[in-house]
Design a protein. Structure first.
Length: 251
């Protein structure tokens, strides 16, 4: 006979077959690590990139998240490549334009908000079309520890990353009844070319604030994103999952 848990699993359409995943800004950095991680787990992945060709072994569509038409086109092309609508959206594309508040221009503030927050909104709005029809979907927004911790010199960036929390929680309230979850992953310092180039002193200063005593790998961020996209996270929505070694505790 059919047990309750069998019913639950089959009702969650993300459970046992490859998911159709779209990762924005998946051509490099953390987005690339996330895309590779889904692909290695057997999912059907499309990344977005702004120029050039997609990375080796991944399918890509051109997308500028500051342009609604470009986002719409990218989803349509991704859906053609995937053969179905996007089931898992990872809104990862992001930029920084750091400077002190008094010196920050309107342009620097707007550009960061437009990419990091409005860009995620544009992608989520397009993604939920298919998700509502399918009555299933996972939206994962890549924020940052500084969204809730704050960061001197990053008023634009931190405001944009905090905004993603309100976005995910409002999507949850609107669409939580339709099998759609929306969550935020908030990475701390990630081991990248940038952190490798830090002076030993600066590295020590940063590390002294991190209980884990080290930076994270991009793969560790990918692990949290994959968890939120997977069957074990079906009842988690509107959450902020830190991947920061304890740097931002208190979220
Ligand atoms: P990178 O700078 O390495 O990559 C950023 C990605 O976003 C690139 O693929 C870039 O495309 C894309 N992108 C930027 N603007 C746009 C746009 N207008 N339209 C479409 N794509 C765009 O960043 P990271 O990998 O370091 O960061 C990825 C995410 O993680 C960001 O949201 C960032 O804020 C967040 N994060 C990063 C941390 C870190 O320590 N690195 C810590 C916490 C959060 P292109 O290649 O064309 O420029």
């Amino acid at each position: 006979g059919v047990t309750v848990s069998d019913t639950t699993i089959s009702a969650d359409q993300t459970a046992s077959r490859p998911r159709a995943v779209l990762v924005t800004g998946g051509n490099r950095g953390i987005g690339l690590a996330i895309a590779r991680s889904f692909a290695e787990a057997g999912d059907d992945v499309v990344i977005t990139h702004r120029s050039g060709t997609p990375p080796e072994g991944l399918r890509g569509v051109i997308c500028d998240v500051t342009d609604s038409e470009s986002v719409d086109r990218a989803f349509t092309e991704a859906e053609q490549l995937l053969g179905r609508s996007v089931e898992v959206l990872v809104a990862n594309a992001g930029i920084t334009k750091d400077t002190l508040l008094m010196r920050m221009s309107d342009e620097d503030f707007d550009a960061v908000l437009d990419t990091n927050l409005t860009g995620a909104f544009r992608c989520a709005r397009r993604a939920v079309k298919g998700m509502i029809r399918a009555r299933a979907g996972r939206i994962i927004l890549v924020s940052s520890v500084v969204g809730l911790l704050g960061s001197a010199g990053q008023t634009n960036y931190a405001a944009s990353k905090a905004g993603l929390v309100g976005l995910a929680r409002s999507i949850t309230r609107e669409l939580g009844g339709r099998g759609i979850t929306a969550n935020v992953v908030a990475p701390g310092f990630i081991e990248t070319e940038m952190t490798e180039q830090l002076s030993e002193d600066l590295r020590k200063t940063y590390l002294s604030g991190i209980p884990a005593g080290r930076f994270a790998t991009a793969e560790e961020v990918a692990g949290a994103v994959r968890f939120l996209a997977g069957p074990d996270a079906a009842y988690i929505s509107g959450a902020v999952i830190p991947v920061d070694g304890g740097l931002g505790m208190g979220h």
